[in-house]
Design a binder for this molecule. Structure first.
Ligand SMILES: Cc1ncc(COP(=O)(O)O)c(C=O)c1O
Length: 384
């Protein structure tokens, strides 16, 4: 049975062209980019070409792109160095950030005794921008705001430009975890006055274990991984060239086809929502995920009308039917911990029911979604 893969917010398949290009580089371009001989210099030139092309998608300088092992490390780099090196004493964030941000802030609060404020959320999980402004207005310490662009569980979109401008007004630094939006949305960072962002290749059909941080020049960020002077002293360790090539190639393809793929995936999402609404009575859409203005086109998160005793097995039953999707975010799959995001926005009753995230890619088909709706319909009838 070929699985129906609807867990693209957890990770995506690697595009064939990307895998081929990576394999080519892995086989032929083995020089250490830090070596001064021609073999090393050749690797270095490829590395810098990748950095340049990646920077061009965001309208920033090459030197503002720092390669990391992925989104988690990019978030850690920014948050930790902001506290250790940039004298940040107050972090404003939300309770629905990815753990790469949330747990890092908690650790910093314990180790460095910084002040942490959590911005209020609206009923459906949007950041309360008025409260954010109040927090900024009343902050007398050096402040960093860390708010994600697109929530990985419920898909809610933050107005990045508005928040970046607000942070500028109040002289605060602004970091955004853009792991779910890079490669899916165009971000012109000349128009969005953001200081830092984090990205990860495996969310846009690139390889796992590679990503980058955008760090606006002149901010003085320091490495959290120390050693050699790679990445202009911002991140030590020999660069994984084939992964960086994979990151660059997957991002270039994602941005070339963005509009067509967005259109296609949006059509899938709206077809899925409409079928669920008409054929699974009692289904609820968590957050704003059925609103295309307020939520990303790449996912839906549904709360299903299933009794609480049957709920724990629901995801397992979908898996048995060959449907790969997720409860909460991927990092929690397989653990029993409930979603910290849904805990913030669902009623106690709805938290007892299974909430499932289906996330799409251009590799999905309408026929797959038809199958999934049919399976869901039957499972809900059997387990109601
Ligand atoms: C919003 C968000 N931030 C950070 C991460 C972590 O990225 P990575 O897997 O590259 O470490 C993820 C991955 O699930 C994510 O969805």
């Amino acid at each position: 049975m070929t699985p129906i893969y609807l867990d693209n917010a957890a990770t995506t398949c690697v595009r064939e062209d990307v895998a081929n290009k990576m394999a080519e580089v892995l086989k032929s371009t083995y020089g250490n980019p830090s070596s001064t001989h021609s073999v090393g210099r050749y690797s270095k030139s490829i590395l810098e070409q990748c950095r340049k092309r990646i920077a061009s998608h965001f309208n920033v300088k090459s030197s503002e792109i720092v390669f990391t092992s992925g989104g988690t490390e990019a978030d850690n780099l920014v948050l930790r160095s902001a506290v250790y090196d940039l004298d940040v004493k107050h972090i404003i964030s939300s309770k629905i950030e990815h753990h790469a941000v949330g747990h890092t802030i908690e650790a910093l609060q314990l180790s460095s005794q910084i002040k942490v404020s959590y911005v209020h959320l609206t009923e459906k999980g949007e950041v309360d921008l008025k409260h954010l402004e109040e927090l900024l207005k009343n902050s007398s310490e050096k402040t960093l705001v860390s708010l994600m662009h697109i929530n990985n569980e419920i898909g809610t979109i933050l107005d990045l430009k508005f928040v970046a401008e607000l942070c500028k007004t109040y002289d605060a630094l602004f970091h955004s975890d853009t792991v779910q939006s890079v490669g899916h949305y165009h971000l012109d960072l000349q128009k969005i006055p953001i200081d830092f962002l984090a990205a990860s290749a495996h969310k846009f059909h690139g390889p796992k274990g590679i990503g980058f941080a955008f760090v606006r020049s002149g901010l003085g960020l320091q490495p959290i991984i120390t050693g050699g002077s790679q990445e202009r002293g911002c991140r030590a360790g020999t660069e994984s060239l084939h992964d960086i090539v994979g990151l660059d190639e997957s991002l270039a393809i994602a941005y070339t086809h963005l509009e067509t793929e967005k259109q296609f995936i949006s059509t899938l999402k709206s077809y899925f929502i409409n079928r669920l609404k008409s054929e699974v009575p009692g289904v609820k859409f968590n957050g704003y995920c059925d609103d295309f203005e307020k939520s990303t086109y790449t996912l839906v998160n549904v709360c299903l009308p299933v009794s609480s005793e049957k709920a724990p097995l629901f995801l397992f039953q979908l898996d048995l039917k060959g449907i790969a999707c997720s409860k909460g975010s991927a990092c929690q799959s397989g653990s029993d911990k409930g979603s910290h995001v849904l805990t913030e926005i669902l009623s106690q009753d709805d938290l007892k029911k299974p909430s499932i995230r289906f996330s799409f890619s251009s590799y999905n088909t309408k026929e797959e979604l038809d199958n999934v709706v049919d399976v869901l319909k039957n499972l809900v009838l059997e387990t109601a």
